[in-house]
Design a protein around this ligand. Structure first.
Ligand SMILES: [Zn+2]
Length: 445
């Protein structure tokens, strides 16, 4: 494990984040983009064809997405990996619930489940995964004042690429989110963990057990799923810890928290283009971007260049920390999580998932988890609440009143609403917990 390499990475990433001016970042990005495009055109048959005769202007290069990437996986990657072989490997691992091992002893394979039924394959060279913990550290807003770092990292995907690290100032222990909760609590206590990294769905499971955690947790790092403002506050109070967010996807390390607590785009790791519905660049805070196109600047094994993501984000005001990296005010959620209703004028009206979550979560802090299943104007809401029928009745009554009221504000009427209580479990494979489902479309998760 290259601790020294890791420390060098840490210093570089810190310098980019806090010392680079906007001009310097843009120059850096342009240089990296040119190198990446040249590399891809030389080493990837897919990009060679795609860019044949294309203009020099980066922003006019063709946009790809997950479907295109998967269709052309074998010729897109620069390691001559065959899609069917990598997929068979990943599916077998998932079936065996064995998330260790490398493909060809060289690559960590990530498998994302898509709502449209197609799974995405993401490969990361072994060498690169070994450097990732330091990227997390440099870009997590965790201050060196927290030394020694004793970190428990709960991963949906477990892989040998993430071997436990034990150094005098750093303990990094990895566990799968599929581990029994009591076993996780034991690991927290045994390692005297002060930094807990987990997806929000996992943090919601740990929260009711907080009394059993004996060492105070300084920092909770949330990643892999959208962190709502309400959950953030709930974790802050519940764990008595600072809560920071990492915005990370299979496609790259998109954003992370600075020392001031804002979420910044990792401008030196990903190049993010935001456009409105008319194709104009979105640069102003407060406007949800209709399209988000990312280019991963660091993964050359599987170059993702002008790759359209499904996420909806809103930029924020410049941050007092002084970093020139753009600020993300909030991640609204995924495009396919947006709820669409017919309003009283017969037009389609959207409700963003973060707003709908708020209707539920702010109604009662006894709601541990929920799932919204939509079929047209009919909503079936499943709620996991550990309390007895008395509390459940209160929640049901409050929501039966609140949700139609809230939706009426958007001109949405004639809603059919069903609220049911049941235990909601995290997916047993590597997929993310999905809070919003639409039936009647090709929903598979
Ligand atoms: Zn900042």
């Amino acid at each position: 494990m290259g601790i020294l390499r890791g420390i060098a990475d840490y210093m570089t990433l810190q310098r980019h984040l806090y010392k680079y001016s906007r001009e310097k970042i843009e120059a850096y990005q342009q240089r990296e983009l040119r190198n990446l495009v040249d590399f891809a055109a030389e080493r990837s048959p897919f990009y060679r064809d795609l860019y044949h005769g294309a203009s020099e202007d980066f922003s006019s290069l063709p946009v790809i997405n997950k479907e295109v990437m998967m269709e052309n996986f074998s010729t897109l990657n620069t390691c001559c990996l065959d899609r069917d072989e990598v997929m068979a490997f990943a599916l077998q691992k998932e079936k065996d619930k064995d998330y260790t091992g490398y493909f060809n002893d060289e690559y960590v394979v990530g498998l994302s489940s898509g709502t449209s039924g197609n799974k995405g394959l993401y490969i990361t060279p072994k060498e690169m995964t070994r450097r990732l913990p330091f990227v997390f550290l440099a870009r997590s807003g965790i201050s060196l004042k927290n030394l020694p770092f004793r970190i428990l990292f709960l991963l949906r995907v477990f892989s040998q690429g993430f071997a436990d690290i034990r150094a005098p100032f750093l303990l990094l222990k990895y566990m799968s989110t599929m581990t029994e909760v009591d076993e996780i609590i034991d690991a927290l206590n045994a390692g005297r963990i002060n930094i807990l990294m987990a997806p929000p769905s996992m943090l919601r499971i740990l929260l009711p057990k907080r009394d059993q955690i004996r060492t105070p947790i300084d920092t909770v790092v949330s990643y892999a799923e959208v962190l709502t403002a309400e959950d953030k506050e709930r974790f802050r109070i519940g764990f008595g810890a600072k809560v920071i967010e990492i915005y990370q996807a299979s496609e790259g390390q998109l954003g992370s928290t600075c020392r001031h607590g804002s979420l910044h785009i990792n401008e030196d790791l990903v190049y993010v283009e935001l456009y409105d519905a008319n194709g104009a660049l979105v640069t102003e805070p407060g406007t949800p971007a209709a399209r988000m196109i990312v280019t991963n600047l660091v993964n050359r094994a599987q170059p993702l260049i002008r790759y359209e993501m499904n996420d909806l984000i809103v930029l924020g005001e410049p941050c007092p920390c002084g970093s020139a990296f753009r600020v993300i005010d909030r991640i609204i959620g995924r495009h396919d999580d947006v709820l669409y209703f017919t309003n009283k004028e017969g037009k389609l009206q959207h409700v963003f998932p973060d707003l709908f979550s708020r209707f539920l979560i702010t109604e009662s802090d006894r709601i541990r988890e929920f799932q919204v299943i939509q079929a047209g104007q009919a909503l079936r809401i499943l709620i996991d609440c550990p309390d007895g029928p008395e509390e459940q009745k209160k929640i049901r009554e409050a929501l039966m009143k609140r949700i139609p009221e809230e939706l009426r504000q958007f001109g949405i009427e004639q809603i059919k609403l069903v609220i049911e209580f049941q235990e909601l479990k995290l997916p047993t494979d590597k997929s993310k917990y999905k809070r919003f489902l639409t039936t009647g479309s090709s929903v598979t998760s």
